[in-house]
Write a protein that binds this ligand. Structure first.
Ligand SMILES: Cc1cc2nc3c(=O)[nH]c(=O)nc-3n(C[C@H](O)[C@H](O)[C@H](O)COP(=O)(O)OP(=O)(O)OC[C@H]3O[C@@H](n4cnc5c(N)ncnc54)[C@H](O)[C@@H]3O)c2cc1C
Length: 407
């Protein structure tokens, strides 16, 4: 019998297992898939690194700074800002503190009106204050209601903020908690989103490599029984432990532990290869006109040359999922966004991630119960916030709760 069984080797399960291991407990991690990482996986296809759905690692996340060896990941940063493709061409909108010259260009171009900017700055100001104040916002509204109430209007909202956030939140109705969006903005303002040179999966692999007992892959858990001694059933038998942490995706947690299932939001990412990069910079491009299904796109190999083989380039284009759009629609929009034909680009792979992010409406509930009694615990981004930060924190919280019970 082991001390603790952790079910699921996503970021939450891995951080939970590492925390328990550091406190001297014997931990067994069971993972259904053929590799660790959960929603943070990378496909290696013909020398290209295609993350399973476009995602970014923000080195400003407190949990990332605390639990991850960022230097070993060899982070490749995007430029701090976005390129907005609008009616009058492409405009660069940048973080004024880190790219002052780019912001000046935006203002001169007339794209960003100073009045809109000051209202948005006032709305976002709490994001740069103490985190506990954002978390304690008892009047939390949906993003849409909150921006309306603050009088944030105009092109800055419609053509920059909303298209950008739609890709980050996997929804374009503005129904996410405004307090959560402020937390996200905080990390965007404090850190520069980046890609590990070895692909996003390098992050969970780094965590897994520190476990003394390797993760048992392709061992799906079929049921869990609580009690003084917990029993975990797999396809090939049962295991016993003093406690079990279910760090699976929300739907499986709901099925195995009868916790309430979070509503999930989806994203689709198309990965294209080409000989000539359609842009030479390291900016995320958003479509200010929303004239097509693509929310954002980027030349990934400009940011991280390791994402493509020598002489080739890799482009990602992300849409909401589900979507009625077909690949031809995506190519037409990309042709317009980049000003060069995307018709002949080779599609390497398309990732449809129906369950990308748990929906997080207001009020922000970032500390959901993790101790379900009878030696059963639950972890995952659905217990905290839908992000890498939330998953890591939730794993730590579950480990703390287990520790309290086992002492
Ligand atoms: C396309 C996409 C883009 C994203 N972009 C960002 C971003 O830019 N920034 C950010 O911070 N976050 C982003 N996220 C969110 C972030 O990736 C997740 O919040 C986080 O990875 C969730 O980790 P988790 O450990 O809670 O769950 P998961 O990663 O879902 O891990 C659960 C694990 O449990 C395993 N499992 C399930 N059932 C069983 C079973 N029966 N037995 C054993 N194992 C089982 C699964 O295989 C999986 O490995 C994105 C997510 C996606 C999908």
């Amino acid at each position: 019998m082991t001390d603790v069984i952790v079910v699921g080797a996503g970021l939450a399960g891995l951080n939970c297992a590492l925390t328990l291991q550091s406190r001297g407990y014997a931990v067994t991690v069971l993972e259904a898939a053929d590799a660790v990482g959960g929603r943070v996986r990378t496909d290696r296809i013909d020398g290209y690194l295609c993350d399973r759905g476009f995602q970014l690692l923000n080195p400003a996340y407190p949990a990332v700074r605390r639990y991850v060896d960022l230097e070993a990941l060899d982070l490749q940063p995007f430029t701090a800002g976005v390129a907005v493709a609008g009616a009058a061409g492409t405009t660069l909108v940048a973080d004024p503190r880190r790219s002052p010259s780019l912001l000046a260009k935006s203002l001169v171009s007339g794209y960003v009106q100073p009045r809109e900017l000051s209202r948005l700055a006032a709305w976002a100001a709490p994001a740069l204050g103490p985190v506990h104040r954002v978390l304690a916002d008892s009047d939390d509204l949906s993003l849409r209601e909150s921006l309306d109430a603050a009088g944030v209007e105009g092109r800055l909202r419609r053509e920059i903020l909303e298209p950008f956030l739609a890709g980050v939140l996997a929804e374009d109705e503005g129904s996410t908690s405004a307090a959560f969006v402020r937390l996200l903005l905080r990390s965007f303002l404090l850190g520069t989103p980046s890609l590990p040179a070895g692909g996003m999966q390098a992050l969970p692999e780094q965590l897994a490599s520190q476990l003394r007992e390797p993760v048992q892959l392709e061992r799906p858990v079929t049921s869990v029984q609580g009690g003084d001694e917990v029993v975990v059933h797999t396809l090939d038998g049962e295991l016993h432990a003093r406690a079990v942490v279910l760090a699976t995706d929300p739907a499986t947690a709901a099925e195995l532990l009868q916790v309430q299932a979070a509503r999930m939001k989806g994203l689709t990412t198309y990965w294209f290869s080409t000989d000539e990069p359609p842009r030479s910079d390291k900016l995320l491009v958003v479509d200010g006109r929303r004239d097509g299904p693509v929310l954002n796109t980027a030349v990934m190999s400009n940011v991280a040359p390791t994402y493509a083989p020598p002489g080739k380039h890799l482009i990602q284009a992300t849409t909401l999922h589900p979507s009625d759009a077909v690949e031809a629609d995506v190519r037409i929009q990309l042709t317009r966004l980049y000003g060069t034909s995307a018709g002949a680009w080779e599609l390497i792979v398309r990732h449809d991630i129906a369950e990308a992010l748990p929906h997080h409406p207001p009020p922000l509930t970032h500390r959901r119960e993790v101790d379900l009694g009878e030696g059963r615990f639950v972890a995952g981004d659905h217990r905290d916030t839908p992000s890498i930060q939330g998953a890591l924190v939730s794993g730590r919280r579950a480990a703390n709760a287990v520790t309290q019970q086992l002492v």
